[in-house]
Design a protein around this ligand. Sequence first.
Ligand SMILES: Cc1cc2nc3c(=O)[nH]c(=O)nc-3n(C[C@H](O)[C@H](O)[C@H](O)COP(=O)(O)OP(=O)(O)OC[C@H]3O[C@@H](n4cnc5c(N)ncnc54)[C@H](O)[C@@H]3O)c2cc1C
Ligand SMILES: NC(=O)c1ccc[n+]([C@@H]2O[C@H](COP(=O)([O-])OP(=O)(O)OC[C@H]3O[C@@H](n4cnc5c(N)ncnc54)[C@H](O)[C@@H]3O)[C@@H](O)[C@H]2O)c1
Length: 471
Amino acid sequence: MNDSTDFDVIVIGAGAVGENVADRVVRAGLSAALIEAELVGGECSYWACMPSKALLRPGTALKAALGVAGSREAVTGPLDVEQVLDRRDKFASHWDDSSQAEWVKDSGITLVRGTARLTGERSVAVRHDDDVTPLTARVAVVLATGSTPTIPPIEGLDTVEYWGTREATSAPQVPTSLVVLGGGVAGTELAQAFARLGSAVTIIARSGLLSTYPAPASRLVRQGLEGDGIDIRTDTATESVKQQDNGSVTVHLEGGETVTAEKLLVSTGRQPALTKLGLEDFGLDPKKLVIDPSGRVQGVDWLYAVGDAAGKVLLTHQGKYEARITGSAIAARAAGSLGDTVEDWSDYAASADQYAVPQVVFTDPEIAMAGRTLKQAQDAGLNVSETSLEIAVAGSALHSDGYQGWAQMVVDEDRKVLVGMTFAGPDVAELLHAATIAIAGEVPLNRLWHAVPAYPTISEVWLRLLEKYGL
Ligand SMILES: Cc1cc2nc3c(=O)[nH]c(=O)nc-3n(C[C@H](O)[C@H](O)[C@H](O)COP(=O)(O)OP(=O)(O)OC[C@H]3O[C@@H](n4cnc5c(N)ncnc54)[C@H](O)[C@@H]3O)c2cc1C
Ligand SMILES: NC(=O)c1ccc[n+]([C@@H]2O[C@H](COP(=O)([O-])OP(=O)(O)OC[C@H]3O[C@@H](n4cnc5c(N)ncnc54)[C@H](O)[C@@H]3O)[C@@H](O)[C@H]2O)c1
């Protein structure tokens, strides 16, 4: 750290999102301090996206080889667990942030290690061990503090040892059995990763499995998980949990049934990490901030929030997008070229957060979705139609024997543009960006008709959907 305590911009939280805001403002000629309490790189690098995908990928690759006659016969054994965990460790940089800290320094950003709290207008105190360093920002303070797990009020949970997603993604060994509480994205991905690494896995979901996605897509994932031997209990409430003498955990379900496993994973959602920042002193609610499309916090014109902390979309790529937008808005306001209001879809408004978010569930099969589901579009008052079909094209037949997939297109009938797209099936994630472009670009359907998918690829499903729609 250099000795300066006065910067143009202070960014609290050096996750992927905080790093990107700091980089953006420095590139625009401003100075920036980036404050981090734990590891530079944040959740995604060490305990979320990277290690979870590294745990999943070998199982998906093995299943792909088993799905094609010829390569199937060449597979002679199960996953090599030690190799999988070693590779995961490399993707998590062995939980060492020195290369990311080096990048921060090389980018001209000042890294300050410690826990930050707002102490006044544009003022922050950073506590590191017993030292407290006061910092001031001439222009703006940005909250990029991420999110923390939501822990459900289940009797006994505070008395047992359980895994959160951090412990699961960094697990040094594979447990013989695992019970997963929560049927959301984190729960299903990690359930499949551990099942394929040899754990006997049970998922307990209060409602459905991946219930925010279109039902045919979630059903395909459920079939895939069941094919891996996962016991899935949906619409099942958990009454209490208890640790056994041998360390295993028993989950007592509504109706009297119990499930016992070596490890319990609680993956029941996340919430913005906004407590202990002193927000109350500025009349703000630390449960959720109201922010404008440039990321500025309502009522405090020097304060911004991005990424998970902003609470709009809890995804790395979307948080980094917000970081680029907010960084540009801060720099433009510092230069006097941007006022209080920002235009939708301009360089200073994170409009895609509302209309064109891409998201992937990295199970096998995958779900890849961009924009709105039919229900979300209807709830937003749009006059929409839906067209859906099974993915059965030359590209999918070649991809694997017995390929099963599903796709859905949601069209705004008043404007004749795509507002939502969902694909489910093996390797559909790579189809997604075309949908994101069509939605964000509001490409008219009669022009999309001229975007010809290459033969023989799974993307031919685009053509089938447009034909079924009536083009
Ligand atoms: C298991 C799992 C898998 C996931 N997989 C994916 C995926 O595949 N793709 C995807 O897009 N998203 C995924 N996500 C979501 C993704 O991890 C988050 O959206 C992303 O990490 C948010 O980045 P962020 O920078 O906003 O927050 P974080 O990465 O949480 O970073 C915030 C940083 O702020 C620091 N901090 C907090 N408070 C203070 C303070 N007061 N002072 C100083 N520092 C502070 C923290 O230590 C942390 O390093 C996954 C999440 C989980 C849990
Ligand atoms: N591939 C990806 O992009 C990816 C992967 C993992 C996580 N994430 C992100 O991380 C965030 C957190 O993931 P998550 O799966 O924890 O959250 P989530 O919100 O996706 O799912 C949480 C699930 O837990 C359930 N639940 C809540 N309380 C419960 C209880 N008492 N008992 C049983 N179930 C209960 C909810 O009904 C929901 O299905 C998500 O917002 C997601 O965006 C993304």
